[in-house]
Design a protein around this ligand. Sequence first.
Ligand SMILES: Cc1cc2nc3c(=O)[nH]c(=O)nc-3n(C[C@H](O)[C@H](O)[C@H](O)COP(=O)(O)O)c2cc1C
Length: 311
Amino acid sequence: MNNFWLELHKPFTVLAPMDDVTDNVFRQVVLEAGRPDVFFTEFVSSDGLVFNSHGIPLRKLTFTSDQHPIVAQIWGTVPRNMKKAAKIVADLGFDGVDINMGCPVREVMKRGAGAGLIGNYDLSGEIIKSVKKGAGALPVSVKTRLGKNENIARDWCTFLLKQDLAALTIHARTAKQMSAFPADWEEIGEIVKIKDKIAPNTIIIGNGDVKSYIEVVKKAQKYGVDGVMIGRGIFVNPWVFSKDSGEHTKAEYIKLLLRHMELFEKTWGGTKNFAIIKKFFKMYINNFKGASILRQKLMEAKSFEEIKSFL
Ligand SMILES: Cc1cc2nc3c(=O)[nH]c(=O)nc-3n(C[C@H](O)[C@H](O)[C@H](O)COP(=O)(O)O)c2cc1C
């Protein structure tokens, strides 16, 4: 197996998969600001990939060569389709396949997928086996939460760790807690202890509420995780992976937004609506005098050209 997880310098950093956010373009922006050690794609439906509805799932699986190592995250409940999706991922040149067992979105859970798989031991075991078959030489990992409604992490992760996974990411909240409650890192520490006993070769990645590189190092020291995944922290500080905790100026934020737009146009051409960029304004145009007025103006823009001229 080509297990890149074992070659990473610890503690390593990972950009969290975030649907409709961490696409190919956003990852290029993060790469230029300061790269994490590992990238993940947004989650992609295995059923969608197999039937390739309108080409959208495959578009989610594009990446540039400098984004390696990059892991594709897939979701679903049909082992046959999960296997086929893993094979597609392997053929596209990814470095790993991750199975989403943590998404709390209602439409996903309703189908028994994402966090809906938590506690469904038989089906989850079958899915992991199928994905491994489809993935061939690629390492297979799982990203999960502490439970659906209740914290069952110790039982659940014991089960997952017995499946001989290359890596396990634990987002330290239950699905019910969404992102509203503080992440329970003590629980991650307990799972690391279980891992040391039953699956010492599995890599553990902790996730939840980390906002700086200093915190990455502290969490790894305190809880024994091999790596730390950062999601929303990137919105507060796009330079979070550069290990640079320094302040960044308004001009630097605006320059990065302009670069984001440039990469968007270059990567997607006319295939994605330019207005998607608007949801990123809050990330770049924030925390300075006049930011909210500028954001309001930008929200009214009808084209990239208009946004650029405002800026
Ligand atoms: C907008 C958004 C989209 C997300 N999409 C995914 C996803 O596709 N797959 C996944 O495993 N987690 C997804 N998550 C969860 C994040 O990967 C991460 O686990 C969560 O945000 C907690 O980390 P943080 O506190 O560092 O943000 C998403 C989170 C957000 C905010």
